[in-house]
Design a protein around this ligand. Structure first.
Ligand SMILES: *Cc1c(COP(=O)(O)O)cnc(C)c1O
Ligand code: SF4
Length: 372
């Protein structure tokens, strides 16, 4: 707990200001000067951070800042939210739009990459900007609001495309919108008969848990079935306040999933990942994906070797509950989509039998059916 945050803002963790998401949002830390008041920064670090900010803006909610270790530059929460000079290094393989989302965008703010579902990017704002964000291209323009006309067009595209049965509302973070703005979108999507499920992708439970208010949940419940996916990356993010927000979501009958990003020196070891996953399932949050980092500009320092992720999944599979283990995926460059990268369990397979290796390394044979 970083008490400098509370004294800096002159509040207590129980105060009504602190518990008000709009207060948190308004008081986000966006400049180096404010940041230096809550964590220790050398003059060199301050200068480096300023340089980074011209590329991708910073914002940290006081809540998330309060979880950072003020003295430790390797704090796993701090590394996710505070810029590092590494961001300014750009490598030839990095792309502004690594997933070629532009190519799959039939109308502004809609990405239609898979047959039955679309991504609907409704805002470019987030409560806290993740330094590892893969969607930097679309994120951080605070004055951007989807225009009524663009919203109309996006919804018309979804309404006119009968194959779409799943709409994933994302951004930016849709929970930076107020309830009214969000309800306008959700209610219009719900009115489309072929849209069976609506998903929200949001990091609010992690960086702004006070956003999950009773009023928000009452509103969302009117438009069931709704699913929410969030992004916890480290066990320390599961604070009592986050756990409460997640419990409220699940108690409202909204299934809650988690999509982590595999991040070097943050969660790229089995022990940390295991602790995170077990805490998630204990909180009734279903681990969904573990993402390999995308080839986005300025995030090379977060990338791990692919084998690291495979090894983590291999060491957890069989050793913890099956539903606690996420699917490890690479969102393939050039618009290839998400591809599962699994440890290999098949040793050989032919018309007669499959030979398999189990989680303990034992070899087992299963015969194929005999017909034909
Ligand atoms: C990830 C993603 C989806 C959702 O994919 P699921 O595997 O169903 O979670 C949809 N559209 C795009 C463009 C995506 O990147
Ligand atoms: S909340 Fe999502 S969109 Fe926003 S900065 Fe983080 S990863 Fe990017």
């Amino acid at each position: 707990m970083n008490d400098r945050v509370f004294s800096g803002f002159g509040v207590t963790p129980e105060s009504s200001e602190w518990l008000d998401w709009k207060w948190q949002y308004r008081h986000r830390i966006t400049g180096v000067g404010e940041l230096a008041e809550v964590i220790s920064l050398s003059e060199g670090e301050k200068e480096e951070i300023s340089r980074c900010l011209s590329g991708f803006r910073m914002a940290v909610t006081p809540y998330y800042a309060s979880l950072m270790d003020p003295a430790d530059p390797t704090c796993p929460l701090r590394m996710q939210a505070v810029p590092s000079v590494e961001e300014t290094r750009v490598f030839p393989w990095e792309k502004e739009d690594p997933l070629k989302e532009e190519k799959y965008s039939p109308t502004p703010h809609v990405v239609h990459r898979y047959p039955d579902r679309v991504l609907f990017l409704v805002t470019r704002q987030c409560a806290t900007y993740c330094r590892h964000c893969a969607r930097k291209r679309n994120v951080g323009e605070e004055d951007f609001v989807i225009s009524e006309g663009e919203k109309e067009k996006a919804i018309a595209y979804i309404a006119g495309t009968r194959s779409i049965r799943d709409v994933l509302i994302s951004g930016g973070d849709p929970l930076t919108m107020d309830d009214g703005g969000l309800e306008d979108i959700v209610s219009r999507l719900r009115a489309i008969s072929h849209v069976e499920i609506i998903r929200l992708g949001t990091r609010a439970p992690v960086t702004l848990p006070m956003r999950v208010t009773p009023a928000l949940l009452v509103m969302l419940k009117k438009y069931q079935p709704i699913w929410i996916n969030t992004q916890f990356n480290h066990p320390r993010e599961l604070t009592p306040q986050s756990l409460k927000a997640c419990a409220d979501i699940v108690d409202a009958g909204i299934p809650l999933g988690n999509q982590s990003v595999l991040l070097k020196n943050i969660n790229d070891d089995t022990e940390t990942m295991k602790e995170l996953l077990l805490k998630l399932v204990k909180a009734r949050i279903r681990p969904y994906y573990l993402y390999q980092c995308d080839l986005c500009e300025g995030i090379e320092h977060f990338r791990t070797k692919v084998e690291t992720g495979v090894e983590i999944i291999r060491s957890l599979t069989g050793n913890i509950s099956g539903f606690a283990v996420p699917e490890f995926v690479i969102d393939a460059p050039e618009g290839g989509g998400k591809i599962p990268i699994n440890p290999e369990y098949i040793v050989s397979i032919d018309g007669e039998k499959v030979v398999m290796r189990n989680y303990e390394g034992g070899i087992y044979t299963y015969p194929q059916p005999r017909e034909k």
